[in-house]
Design a protein around this ligand. Structure first.
Ligand code: PLP
Length: 402
């Protein structure tokens, strides 16, 4: 069954009429389907099952506690980038031995706390960071697991803001320096360098990108004769926003045999693939003004269109029929860049007060939202077994002065 579908002319999410939720909760609001999240996770797990990987869900995509608990129950670990994410992962019951910590700017107290909480490993992004971890581990009298994040200098063919594996980007350590650190292991007596990490970018739509990077890794490992027990491939697996993308099976087929050559423990860090297609943002039309459809959700609620020019399909909750017009769906924020969709076909019958659903907003939707223009952050609703439940309350005005 499709996650969002029309039945008797109304949009439903896993058996619940979306319009009824919007009336009850108010708009804008985010709505997620539990079945869809579970099914995406299982598809990912099945595609790579022969590698027996550790799947560390990337919290930055969506860190709502209820979603994290669902994923924890499916066996997921966590890829985190802050102590906030560590707090949430642990709160959801994700075991520390399944938590990996990335990020170019880890602070001393973050490193200390993560060591104390016994996370599995740090994905280290510079020699200076490795030195600092060694120093902190020494003070705490602990040995700490680390992977070195390589910047493999591979073109991920995605939006430049989410391309992280190119030489010009701030992420990871260059090949030469990685080799040097491995040779110089003895200078970091408190660190177990387990292996390597890559994360090439997000919404990568070409399996060859992973192939190229993994081949580079294999050549490097052989040439430098280094021991790699753990290899973390990162995330980046795509969902279909507008254009069709290869399936997760296609990605798996193209890299599994290469990865098996290494005989290392494999980690993946999918975010978008797990939750992206499982959510919608429901908004109400405030005003119709020529070609502009002004709605009550803005760039503070969903930044992707403004930040990346990202495409999200936008559909009315009432099944469209009859004549149509081409309009721009824009928010109430005081920025000309505040749009959710440009040049979209909408039914001519669309009225002020009608609801629209902005699709595929489960990832990097709420998690990138802000209070810009002093707007309240949105509620999140989870639909499960044809019942809806608030999993985050709408903020209150008091939250603005807390
Ligand atoms: N791992 C790391 C280190 C990341 O930076 C990101 C996203 O930026 C991810 C995993 C998740 O990426 P995606 O949501 O594209 O799977």
């Amino acid at each position: 069954m499709e996650l969002f579908f029309y039945y008797k002319n109304s949009l439903y999410c896993e058996g619940v009429k979306v319009g009824e939720i919007a009336e009850k909760i108010g708009t804008p609001c985010y709505l997620y389907g539990k079945n869809s999240i579970c099914s995406q996770y299982r598809k990912f797990e099945k595609a790579f099952s022969t590698l027996f990987p550790l799947i560390c869900y990337s919290l930055k995509a969506n860190s709502n506690l209820s979603l994290l608990k669902i994923l924890k129950n499916l066996g997921a670990g966590a890829d985190i980038v802050s102590l906030g994410e560590l707090f949430l992962a642990l709160k959801a019951g994700i075991p520390p031995e399944k938590i990996v910590f990335a990020g170019v700017g880890k602070r001393e107290e973050e490193i200390k706390e993560a060591i104390k909480k016994n996370i599995y490993l740090f994905n280290v992004e510079s020699a200076s960071e490795l030195k600092l971890i060694n120093k902190i581990a020494s003070k705490l009298n602990r040995r700490v697991n680390c992977n070195l994040r390589v910047n493999p200098d591979v073109e991920p063919k995605t939006h430049r803001y989410v391309a992280t594996g190119r030489k010009e980007s701030k992420f990871g350590i260059g090949w030469k320096e990685v080799a040097k650190i491995f040779k110089d292991k003895a200078s970091f007596p408190k660190i177990n360098i387990l292996g390597l990490h890559i994360h090439l970018g997000s919404q990568i739509t070409f399996p060859e990108v992973y192939q190229i990077a993994i081949k580079k890794l294999i050549n490097f490992i052989r040439k430098e004769r280094i021991k790699v027990d753990v290899l973390d491939i990162g995330g980046g697996f795509p969902i279909q926003y507008e254009k069709k993308v290869p399936s997760i099976k296609d990605f798996a087929i193209s890299i599994i045999s290469l990865l098996k050559e290494l005989r290392a423990k494999i980690i993946f860090e999918p975010g978008r693939y797990i939750v992206g297609g499982s959510g919608i943002l429901v908004t109400r039309v405030l005003y119709l003004k020529g070609k502009f459809v002004v709605v009550d959700a803005g760039l503070n609620d969903l930044l992707r269109p403004s930040l990346y020019g990202a495409y999200h399909e936008i559909v009315p909750l009432k099944k469209p029929s009859g004549k149509s017009f081409i309009g721009n769906i824009v928010g109430p924020i005081c920025e000309s860049g505040d749009f959710l969709g440009k040049n979209r076909r909408l039914p001519l019958s669309l009225k002020e007060g009608d609801f629209l659903a902005i699709k595929d907003t489960g990832a990097y939707g709420f998690s990138m939202s802000s209070n810009y223009n002093s707007r309240l952050r949105l509620p999140e609703i989870l639909v499960s077994q044809a019942k809806d439940r608030v999993i985050r309350e709408r903020e209150k005005y008091a939250d603005l002065i807390r």
